[in-house]
Ligand binder design. Sequence first.
Ligand SMILES: [Zn+2]
Length: 213
Amino acid sequence: MGGAQTNLGCLGQLLGLLGFRIHPAATEQLPYRLRDDFLSPAELSFFRVLQLAIGDRWVISCKVNLTDLFFVPRGEGQLSWRNRIDRKHVDFVLCDPATMHPRLGIELDDSSHQREDRQDRDLFVNEVFDAAALRLLRIPAARTYSVSDIAAAIEGEVGQSAAIPPVPPSSKDPICPKCGIPMVQRKATRGANRGGSFWGCSNFPQCREVIRG
Ligand SMILES: [Zn+2]
């Protein structure tokens, strides 16, 4: 800190009193700035309708990176599959208020979604959600929305829980029903089964599938 920052002078003190923040010299500052468009006007207007449509039934998470929602089980190609989702996000995710478990993704599709490159991206994102058995609701961006239509569309989607396709076994060890890879034997260190052994997924903690054994 040089004298220039500690001695702000009369003008600096006045600005401080008026609520302006005095920044140190630009050269000492990290190059991060707060975006003014965290939600675009179209997203914000839909967000308000979404709040009315769901009340306190769900918690809305905005702009969730797909790697926060999904993981790729260990194995061949794990990194490249992960790379395909790590710069993508979904506009909104509705979560269970008690557990914050994601229950529904919502994409607000504006006119850019008609572009060919966008359509490829959208198709891939649809497949990612399908693979992980999380529903994704696409809503065309509009000037106005019907709160009751949005509420009904959400209930329709959440009511349909997609089943995860069964994975054929390929070894003697139990296979994680979610990831399709052999599970590993572990010893319970706490709980009612303490000291007993169980099979857990090697993708723990991203996958918490367990089989007693
Ligand atoms: Zn698993």
